[in-house]
Design a protein around this ligand. Structure first.
Ligand code: SAH
Length: 257
């Protein structure tokens, strides 16, 4: 999937908040949505005295997302044009035993959002979603959480669901090592220099040298050694050999006096 296609699909995924109470959560949700490439926010009957200054502060650089939210009187209106509609709930009962985790739901959302609008519905901070609201939804998402406290903060729940969808869409390309990998010739040159360094600096007795070299090989082969890595290691060895020789010359001078 190209980044362009993925972004088109993500645009079709709507976050729906039912009766949210706190401005801080609304702002954090705008930020969490933008972090995950989501832009469609519907708010159903928001609390009339919601602290909008707090919402703006918590939205940080996602202020435009906050301003772009659409408000609806009922959940039914907010999801009228959507096909797949997932309710999120921490509780069990009311068919919740057939729930999906956000990770399981992500490919379902992405597939449907190729051609349709998809909604993920979140409940009130204090009471969650009512059964008649769950009944309007085609899927239920339960975020795995400990028995110590199963209910997440509303904005965290939105972040988690958004993150799984964004990750499944593979828009993000993690930064990769671009330096070329060292070949055997370079690696062996580096190992020879380290061997010489251990001798010149009198780091180990002769009989332990081979054993130590095997240890070093094990350490360096644990990861991918690049050409620049080898150059740094060879530079360090070269300088140490030079210092050791300086020291020997000084010592010889002093001993002869
Ligand atoms: N006391 C409420 C908790 C609401 S938390 C209750 O018992 O339902 C606010 C919203 O965050 C929930 O309605 C749901 O949309 C979401 N949420 C919180 N924890 C969740 C979880 N473990 N799984 C899925 N959604 C969760």
């Amino acid at each position: 999937m190209t980044a362009e296609t993925a972004n088109h699909i993500l645009k079709n995924i709507r976050i729906v908040l039912v009766n949210p109470l706190f401005g801080g959560n609304l702002g954090s949700i705008c930020r969490a949505m933008n972090n995950n490439g989501l832009t469609d926010l519907a708010v159903v009957d928001p609390c009339s005295d919601m602290d909008m200054d707090e919402a703006r502060r918590f939205s940080c650089n996602a202020r435009a997302q906050l301003e772009a939210r659409r408000e609806f009187a009922t959940l039914e209106e907010a999801i009228a044009d959507c096909t797949v509609v997932a309710a999120t709930s921490a509780r069990t009962g009311f068919y919740r035993d057939t729930s999906y985790t956000p990770r399981e739901f992500a490919p379902i959302a992405l597939e449907s959002a190729k051609d349709h609008k998809v909604a993920i519905v979140f409940g009130r901070e204090d009471k969650g979603l009512f059964n008649e609201e769950l009944a309007l939804c085609s899927h239920i998402i339960q975020i795995p959480s400990s028995d110590l406290y199963t209910s997440l903060n509303l904005s965290h729940a939105v972040y988690l669901c958004g993150y799984e969808i964004f990750t499944a869409a593979s828009v993000f390309q993690p930064s990769e090592e671009t330096a070329p990998e060292a070949d055997t010739a370079l690696r062996e040159r580096m190992f020879r220099m380290w061997r010489e360094m251990m001798i010149e600096t009198q780091f180990v007795h002769d009989q332990k040298l081979d054993h130590m070299m095997m240890g070093l090989r094990r350490i360096f082969n644990r990861g991918k050694l690049t050409v620049p890595d080898c150059k740094i290691l060879m530079g360090l060895a070269k300088q140490s050999i030079w210092v050791a020789n300086q020291w020997k010359t000084e010592k010889a001078k002093n001993d002869s006096h």
